[in-house]
Design a protein around this ligand. Structure first.
Ligand SMILES: [Zn+2]
Length: 246
């Protein structure tokens, strides 16, 4: 990373100090791209506010562009923002140390309402069929202390999580891909979902979740898998909360 840029971002945003320390081989966004990332993040947040949290999970890229173009509260995506989105979607992620399978090759992927079901009080959806059945069984086998913390995520939602993670990593894409799958590589786009303790909030998305009784019970369920085990070959961190639909 360019040292001047590193010091500038560090000075501007002390928050970066927490997550920006990476390895020397890590790949960062350029200074210009980082500025674009900030404006993209803000636009995606405005879109989320406009269409609502639950809808934001499933909105297609095509419709996101439509809303942005037609509602000044969001504002049209700029050319640099679109170029950055394409880069994050289409780039070969192996250069960043991410080796997961591609789950979605169409940036305009649409998720039909008839194929998903909204889970009350969560703001999230599940795909009908095996994912919905698995979730019902998990609730039956472990109890209502477990809830859905993230379900179906289309390209725009995954993009927003990924872009936000890169931002929090001070522009370090390599570091971001360890913590969250890039937009074309999330199993949330086709099947998987996350669960957590109803009273745990953000802690559900930490390794602490693996110490809970609920996780112990989940490991014994033979109808689900664990997508991101410790030291997995995808290059993703250990994610005990992420349910693999098998
Ligand atoms: Zn997940």
């Amino acid at each position: 990373m360019d040292r001047r840029f590193f010091l500038t971002t560090l000075a501007l945003t002390p928050l970066f100090a927490k997550e920006s320390v990476g390895n020397s081989n890590d790949i960062y966004l350029s200074y210009g791209e980082f500025a674009t990332l900030k404006s993209l993040n803000s636009r995606l947040k405005r879109l989320r506010r406009f269409i609502g949290y639950a809808n934001f999970n499933i909105v297609s890229f095509h419709n996101a562009l439509y809303y942005a173009r037609n509602y000044s509260k969001i504002g049209t995506f700029t050319k640099p923002e679109l170029a950055l989105i394409e880069k994050l979607f289409y780039e070969d992620q192996a250069q960043y140390g991410f080796f997961g399978a591609k789950t979605c090759s169409n940036m305009n992927n649409t998720i039909s309402r008839k194929d998903i079901v909204k889970i009350p009080h969560t703001g999230h959806f599940l795909f009908k069929g095996k994912p919905q059945e698995d979730y019902a069984k998990i609730k039956r086998d472990i109890g209502d202390v477990l809830i859905l913390t993230s379900g179906v995520r289309n390209v725009v939602k995954q993009l927003s999580l990924f872009a936000n993670k890169i931002y929090n990593c001070g522009g370090n894409i390599t570091k971001a891909t360890i913590q969250i799958a890039p937009p074309a590589y999330s199993y949330h786009t086709i099947s998987d979902f996350d669960v957590g303790r109803v009273d745990w909030g953000y802690r559900n998305f930490t390794a602490d979740f693996a110490k809970t009784k609920e996780f112990e019970k989940m490991r014994k369920l033979d109808y689900i898998g664990m997508r991101y085990k410790k030291n997995n070959s995808d290059g993703v961190r250990f994610e005990p909360w992420h349910v693999e639909v098998i």
